[in-house]
Structures are given as structure tokens and as C-alpha cells.
Design a protein around this ligand. Structure first.
Ligand code: ZN
Length: 412
């Protein structure tokens, strides 16, 4: 035995178990395993989960809030505008340095997989992508990282962006991004999606787009994304983030689109934090939440995930980053507050995300890769409520981070 984690609470197991790890994989789970391993961790009855995912994370912009002026209107257009001013002068090394700071925090909070979005367009060129690729190279010991070639200024309305996406992929980006709703017309949005599929198919890459991230209930890019996914045989390889326009769809149209999304096997990433802050700024009252219809999607069997999106940038001024924080926010916004619903929320940052990223051997079972988090709470409910420090983070069978917190009420 290389490592044993003793007295661990694992979802689906009634009693605490010992988790035995050999090399990079879980060998077995059992009650009170005898013998001594090379390394031992006492979970002390804490919940142990497989490593968390953050499938939507703009680290090229992260922490710009420390150096840029605030977003006065709080809207997406102003966020885009003030970031562009800065992006023209990006230096890949500076982008990588900011990225590494938030990746480190993410790993300490138990994240084992990041999907980073790099702006690719005629304003910043390839500098954001080069920064994220550099960070990936430097941080690969600590986490699995994908880099998305993401056309933040659109494709049709930003001539040259498609060619830059191709170049970003040649340099190492491994997911095709998209932002169809940002184009000027529905026809352009459809063309945008078609171009993304052409690029993805040419390089055999998965797709993750930001779709219908607007309060305009007439935004129609999710519907066309589902059509294209089915037409191109890309079921299970496409994710769509935000989709807040769905909140404004009429109920009949929403049911139709959710059904298409389920049939197309599209994962929906709901990034509750940023949409609560950025969406519905033009609403008087009642003010919408700008969140996709999570409960209706879950009921239809859509694969829903929860992701961080931003950390202290012009789009969103907070964020730790911590997948448990995202999950807790999701539970609030989507009103997933019953015990089985809390389990669904936990799936969003674990198993559902693993399915979306097509990660194999994921979970806590014999044969799975030993990427594990000792949470510091006894169950899912308490993990979501407290978001306690992660006591131990294990990657491929090896401890890579730990937290020790001393709290004391002093006698007075
Ligand atoms: Zn985003």
C-alpha cells in the first residue's frame, strides 16, 4: 500500500471506509484495512470526494480587478470594453503569473481539473492563449488543464478571429470555444457556430461555447447549437455555458430547446455567480436572476455543471476560486435545497463535469485515478453549508496540498 486514507466518509457508503491507493490509482475500499501503508492520512470521519472540476474559467482576465478601474455599470458590455483596453498590451508572462495564482488557490480547494478560456481575437491576438499555455506547462504537476480557444470578440464580427483560433490550436489549445450570441444577427450566430464545428472537426476537438448569455429572450443560439451538434454527430462533446436567455424563453419554447439539448447530449454550465451580478441590469422590478432553467434541465436528464467563470475581474469582483463556493451558489440560485438536490449539486462539480470533459476512471472506486479531496465536513450538506478548508488534496496518489486551521474561542 502506498497510501491509505483512513476513516473516510464516501458518498454512497453507509459506514466510514479506508481507501487504499497503489501508485496513481485506488486499489480498494474497505472497513478498517489492516497493515501499514508508506503514507497514511486520517480523514477523521470527513467526507472524501473525487477531485473537483472548474470547467469554465477565464484566467487570462483573473485578478485584473487589482489593477483596472471598476465596472461602473456592472454590465457585460462595459466589462468587455474595459478589458479590451488592457488586453491590447497583454504580456503572456504576466497573464501566466496571474493564472498561476488562482490555479494554486483552486488546487488548494480541491480542484483537479481546469478548463481555462483564453480570449482569441484581433485585439489581444494570441497573447492570452500563450499566457495560459505557459501556465499549463508550469502547473501540469498539480492539475489537468485544458485551454479553450475562445473568440471573445465574435468570429463574423471580428474578421481574422477564425484564423487566430486555428493558430491557437496549433500552439496547444485543445478545446474550441465560441460566443455565437454576441454576433450582430441570428444568421451570423449560426455562421459562427458552423465555423466552430468546422474547426473542431478538422482537429478532432471538443467544443465549449458561451451561449445565449443575455437577458434577451429572443436569443436563439442554443437551439441552433443543438441542431448543429446532432447534425455533426458531436453528441457528448459539446458544452454550453450560461444560457441565461432560457430564463426568459416562453415555457413552450424552453421545453422544446431543453429537449433538444438533452437529445444532443450537450452539457450546460451554469455560472451562477457572474450571472447574478451581470444579468438583468436593465430590469426594473421584478428583477430576473439570468440563470438557465436548472430544475427543468435536470428533470429532462440534461448534464448540468457549475463553474467559476471569473475571479476578481471587470466581469465579477469576487470568487475564491472554490468549486464548493460555486456549488453552494448554484444551490441557492436554482433552489436545490432538499437532500437529494444537494447531492445533484455536488454531482455538478464532480461526476457531471467529468462526463462533460470525457475524463475516464473518475470517482472513488477500485481502478479510479486517485485524485481525492478530504473536505473537512462529514457530508455533502455540511460541505455545501460550511465550505470548510480542504484538509488534504491528493493527486495521482500523492498528497499535493493540505490546510491546517486553528480556531479557538478564548476564555475571557
Ligand atoms: Zn465566461
Amino acid at each position: 500500500m502506498d497510501l491509505v486514507i483512513r476513516n473516510a466518509r464516501v458518498r454512497g457508503e453507509k459506514q466510514p471506509v479506508d481507501i487504499v491507493i497503489e501508485g496513481e490509482r485506488i486499489k480498494s475500499l474497505g472497513a478498517k484495512v489492516s497493515g501499514t501503508a508508506k503514507s497514511e492520512i486520517d480523514a477523521g470521519g470527513s467526507l472524501v470526494l473525487p477531485g473537483f472540476f472548474n470547467l469554465h474559467f477565464h484566467t487570462d482576465k483573473c485578478l485584473l480587478g487589482e489593477i483596472m478601474r471598476p465596472n461602473v455599470s456592472g454590465t457585460l458590455p462595459e466589462a468587455i470594453e474595459i478589458t479590451n483596453d488592457f488586453k491590447r498590451n497583454y504580456d503572456p508572462k504576466e497573464v501566466a503569473a496571474r493564472t498561476l495564482r488562482v490555479l494554486e488557490t483552486g488546487v488548494k480547494n480541491g480542484t483537479s481539473f481546469f478548463r481555462l478560456f483564453s480570449d482569441v481575437g484581433t485585439i489581444g491576438g494570441l497573447k492570452p492563449a500563450q499566457g495560459l499555455l505557459l501556465a499549463r506547462e508550469q502547473f501540469s504537476k498539480y492539475a489537468d488543464i485544458q485551454v479553450v480557444a475562445f473568440p471573445q470578440e465574435g468570429i463574423v464580427r471580428d474578421p481574422g478571429a477564425a484564423e487566430l483560433m486555428e493558430e491557437a490550436i496549433k500552439q496547444g489549445c485543445d478545446v474550441v470555444g465560441g460566443l455565437p450570441w454576441y454576433e450582430y444577427s441570428d444568421a451570423d450566430a449560426r455562421e459562427h457556430i458552423d465555423i466552430c464545428f468546422e474547426i473542431a472537426k478538422r482537429h478532432d476537438l471538443d467544443i465549449h461555447m458561451l451561449v445565449d448569455d443575455t437577458d434577451d429572450a429572443n436569443s436563439r443560439s442554443l437551439e441552433y447549437l443543438a441542431i448543429a451538434t446532432m447534425r455533426e454527430g458531436y453528441q457528448g462533446r459539446v458544452a454550453a455555458s450560461h444560457c441565461g436567455a432560457m430564463a426568459g424563453y416562453n415555457d413552450v419554447y424552453a421545453a422544446k430547446v431543453i429537449d433538444m439539448v438533452a437529445t444532443a447530449g450537450i452539457t450546460i454550465s451554469v455560472n451562477a455567480h457572474i450571472n447574478l451580478v451581470c444579468s438583468a441590469r436593465l430590469d426594473r422590478q421584478p428583477q430576473r436572476r439570468g440563470i438557465a432553467r436548472v430544475k427543468e434541465m435536470l428533470a429532462r436528464g440534461v448534464n448540468v455543471v457549475s463553474s467559476q467563470d471569473d475571479v476578481n475581474d471587470p466581469y465579477y469582483p469576487f470568487g475564491k476560486p472554490d468549486p464548493l463556493e460555486c456549488a453552494s451558489m448554484m444551490a441557492h440560485v436554482a433552489q436545490l435545497t432538499l437532500p437529494p438536490e444537494m447531492e445533484q449539486v455536488m454531482d455538478m462539480i464532480t461526476t457531471n463535469s467529468a462526463r462533460a470533459a470525457r475524463v475516464k476512471d473518475y470517482g472513488i472506486a477500485p481502478g479510479c485515478t486517485a485524485n481525492l479531496v478530504v473536505v473537512g465536513a462529514p457530508n455533502v450538506h455540511e460541505a455545501l453549508r460550511l465550505q470548510p478548508p480542504r484538509r488534504h488534496v491528493i493527486r495521482k496518489g500523492r498528497e499535493i496540498a493540505r490546510s491546517k486551521v486553528t480556531e479557538e474561542l478564548l476564555s475571557i
